[in-house]
Design a protein around this ligand. Sequence first.
Ligand code: CU
Length: 421
Amino acid sequence: MVGHVSMMNTFKAMICRSFTGCSLGVGIILGVLLSASQACGASRKIEMGVIPGGLKYNITEFQVSAGESVEFVFNNNGLIPHNWLLTRPGKLDDVIADAMALGVDGLAKDFIPDSSDVLHSVALVQPGKSVILQFTAPDAVGDYPYVCTFPGHFNLMRGVMKVVGKETEVLAPSITEGVSHQILNALGRSGVEPFPKGTKEKPYVIRTFMPEPNLDPAIFTRHQRGYAAANYSPATGTDVPGIARTDQGLPAAMGVNFGDELSYCWDTVECRLMYVWTGDFLDMSVYWGGGAGGGRKGFDYVPRIMGNLRFKTQGEHPINANFNPAQPVPSPRFRGYRVVDGYPEFHYTVDGLSVRERISPGDRRSFRVDLSISSDNASSIRLAFDTAIRPSLQASHGIWEGDELVLTPDEAVQFNLVQRF
Ligand SMILES: [Cu+2]
């Protein structure tokens, strides 16, 4: 990561603020470390906030001149913490995937991955706080995407910094005004729906903290049994130290809803389906507030499952059957997802295998998993299922050896599983 906001930037930030009358005392003390001209010299000032209560920056595009000095001010005038990551052109999705892959380390790292594709970043800023970041604009003209990588934000909370040539006039950004004081009612204006819902034709997909409904400990090979999300106090605008929710969350999972028929949770750290439910999807109101009218009374990061749990995965990852049991189990790496025929298709790699997985509602009381597994040199592909799962599982291809499905490399390229529940 090139320019994570540093202590020195914090000093600069404080000094700059002292000259705008915010924290004069501190500015005088630190003034010996940096001269005012170093800290606040002529630079392009970009002052960004959020649409209060919403999951959007109030500036979705701004321009800077190639190579110029930029003073970036991020005011979190919203309800919940946000960060800001400036990425290399074309690398936004990679950075988001890396941020999600942080898994249990995510919150401690402010969801900022160690990646050379992150040019500059502002760590999580609590509501009511602001941070100043000084940086030099890239010399290369182009579109540099920025994003908030807090789980559940990055689909909406993003924008583009346009670097224009030195001879080009830099246009001032347009700012979407919010209502900064009536924050408790702001969610009603944000368009956020506290009970989101999809359909079979157009599933609703959300990347967020997901509930951890007492899953089998054996499935957590890469993170702890869920993750205790910090509690947030709307009164003080900060996480409450020492208090963790008793319900735990999966910090880097995705929730998908096809209407009442099927919802599922897929974890991007373990790279597997975690659980399935029917009926209503998620109650996001602890996180997003109550929608129209706001009325937030509490806040935490983990939404609630509204319907009925039907299936929880168990045991080791099925793909592990391909690996030498005498060796440490290799870690899968999430490579992102794309939408195929309207449904998300997850992609992960693990030790020479490349897996694509797409989940869809089946007939009554079942779901279908379309899989494509390719390998460089395997003579067969094996998937081992927990004995509790195997009896309600059918495969379109391959032969069963006990609880193990054995496929030829050709068969593995396209097959499906149907799981009854
Ligand atoms: Cu955010």
